[in-house]
Design a protein around this ligand. Structure first.
Ligand code: SAH
Length: 223
């Protein structure tokens, strides 16, 4: 099924006016990338959550998507995307943790192709239906443990991990192109995690910590 223009446009709490308020809040919090702000004003976040909570879709909060997982807060999506795109446009990006599909959807409007992997089958199925309904044809998805990356489509100019591993999975480092950038929240579940940015150079890897964040756990195996 294709989402109708009315569904995409939304009404009331999902209307363009409500979305503009979300965009203004992102600007107030320091998001500057114009293209990204335009994309976040147009991607219908309310179609990435259950209808019962669609009226909250444009609040700056994480929301439940089932299976104990959450759709990331708009600010987290915006900031991570902004950092990923800091050095200019990217061709191929790998996302680990498809979840609702929202982060992949935003990215897909800004890069050439998005490859996204998810370990929970039911979430991936729902996300795929959304990509089809919205005709986001440059998103490719796979049901697997993202700790192994997706080597057949790599190396990637960008890698974004939306669940927190205790340490950076080696295969992801290997699948990062030279000059490529990875953004990943690293740390134990008990506390906060460090949003870590890694760049691959000809000599190796350089990394820095951006800020503390709280993400759902990165788990191994499929479910
Ligand atoms: N990017 C998502 C955020 C979802 S929450 C969105 O925009 O909605 C993080 C997701 O990572 C969850 O769906 C969880 O199941 C998934 N995840 C956790 N560990 C994973 C792993 N090893 N491989 C793939 N997905 C994983």
């Amino acid at each position: 099924m294709i989402a109708s223009p009315e569904q995409i446009a939304g009404i009331g709490f999902t209307s363009q006016r409500t979305r503009s308020r979300m965009i203004r809040r992102l600007i107030d919090r320091g998001i500057e990338n114009e293209a990204l702000l335009q994309v976040m004003a147009s991607v219908p976040r309310h179609l990435f959550v259950d209808e019962a909570i669609a009226s909250r879709a444009y609040e700056d909060v994480a929301l439940p998507i089932g299976e104990g997982q959450t759709i990331s807060q708009p600010y987290a999506v915006a900031r991570m995307t902004e950092i990923l795109l800091e050095d200019g446009p990217l061709n191929r990006v790998l996302e680990v943790g498809t979840g609702s599909g929202y982060q992949a959807a935003v990215l897909s409007r800004l890069v050439e192709a998005v490859f996204t992997v998810e370990r929970i089958g039911s979430l991936l199925e729902r996300a795929r239906r959304r990509f089809r309904a919205l005709q986001y044809h440059n998103i490719h998805s796979r049901y697997s443990d993202g700790g192994w990356g997706w080597s057949s489509h790599g190396p990637y100019d960008g890698i974004i991990v939306t669940a927190a591993p205790p340490s950076i999975p080696e295969p992801l480092l290997e699948q990062l192109a030279i000059g490529g950038r990875m953004i990943v929240p690293v740390g134990e579940q008990s506390g906060m995690q460090a949003l870590t940015i890694i760049t691959r150079t000809r000599q190796g890897f350089s990394q820095y910590r951006e800020c503390d964040v709280k993400f759902v756990p990165f788990l191994s195996g499929k479910s």
